[in-house]
Design a protein. Sequence first.
Length: 485
Amino acid sequence: MGVYWVRGRCYGTPNRFRTGQLMYRTTLHPPAQWAQLECGLAALGDRRRTQRLVTIATHLAASPGGTLPQAFQDWAELKAAYRFFGQRGVGFERILAPHLARTRAACRQPGEYLIIEDTTLLDYSGRPATENLGVIGDGGGRGFELHSALAVRVEAWTLEQRPEGTVTGLFGQECRTPRPAPKGETRRERLRRPRKSQIWAGAFKSAGRPPEGSQWIYVADRESDFYEPMQLCQQHGVDFIIRSYQGRRLAEAAGSLQAALDRAPVMGQSTVEVRARGGQPARTAIVELRRVGVQLDGPWRPGGWQPPLAQINLVEVREVSAPAGVKEPLHWKLLTSLPCATLAQVRRVVGRYAARWWIEEYHKALKSGAGVEESQLARADRLESLIAVLAVVAVRLLSAKMLARAKPETFEAAASFGPEMLALLEQKLGPPKDGWNNRNVIIATARLGGFLARKQGGLPGWQTIWRGWQRLMGMGEGLATLHHK
């Protein structure tokens, strides 16, 4: 998708897609071109290693699934890939560095960017032979904690004050092998050692401040409700929206967050799209909105008490008239540095926070699409290097998934695919009744990957889209080969 080349032939036009709630600049170049763009500048100490990384990324993008044997059919190439992940100078940070640099450079262009941060667990408990894995979950699992910050550029707003955006890439990512806390550790000792809480918003320490004309807005769930992320954002000129979890004190003995909210009047109502989870179906929640300005008291840290955090708004989002059967009505308390003087401003704060599900989609791309938990590599350091490659593959997959949510009746996808690819789809599946609009293009592609396209079956998922795209690319290469004979 976008402009791409098959054996010297150019297909498509450099258009952008608008994908309903999420628009993006396409990253679905052919695997070799994409891998060169994402990995070709990796500093691995030897140009041959960098070229090997490009080759590995090419194969994993063309055949996602997480396992090297699946990606490499040639035994010599497979052995070379295994050797690569065991070499010195190859590591998670070095592999990921070019992608992070590209993303951060893009975020310095004028515009508004959501930096959405979250942690997911990568579980390798079923790999007892794998060495040096961390302790995850309740202490019984083995694997990694992958902490990611996904950058999304806001392009437009819907009438409901929900953002539409373009996926820019990973702004930051850390892969950790957590260890149990020492037995008998005191609170003072815990605060003096490196802690999990310190990684939240940590990418801004190396990224610096956004330039004039570029607004960065940090968005995170309750796990990020610590003093340090808000302090870091304020120090680096970054706005934030963090869901409150702690029962915080207000500065100058002004009471608590909840007490401040109890005195705030209702500003108005809005709606929030609630996704299906925990056996509960998706729904549109009607919510009441309150807002109050607060100043948060600073906590004690080694070295003394920290200064208060000023100029913060607390926004309450509370569902009213929840449908029968809803076990837990929606209730958010959001701490933000953004202006909240009007109902429209508050609704935009809520819309930005609701867009946090985009990083959950990224995690699905990483696990269900890129198959990050399927690898059989026998050492944690080698797994980490493979995870870095697949983390960037998952950004590529996220773009493919979002096309499934395209504005269904417009034709940007057809222009990007080009007439040759559409002709192949039409020859294989027949012409669609209402033309090659965005919905028909992506469904036809997924049908090549096994999607059944039932009327009530919904839109295709990760694996069928990607398998179909891979098959379509192969058909295109075959067509190009015949044209060159």
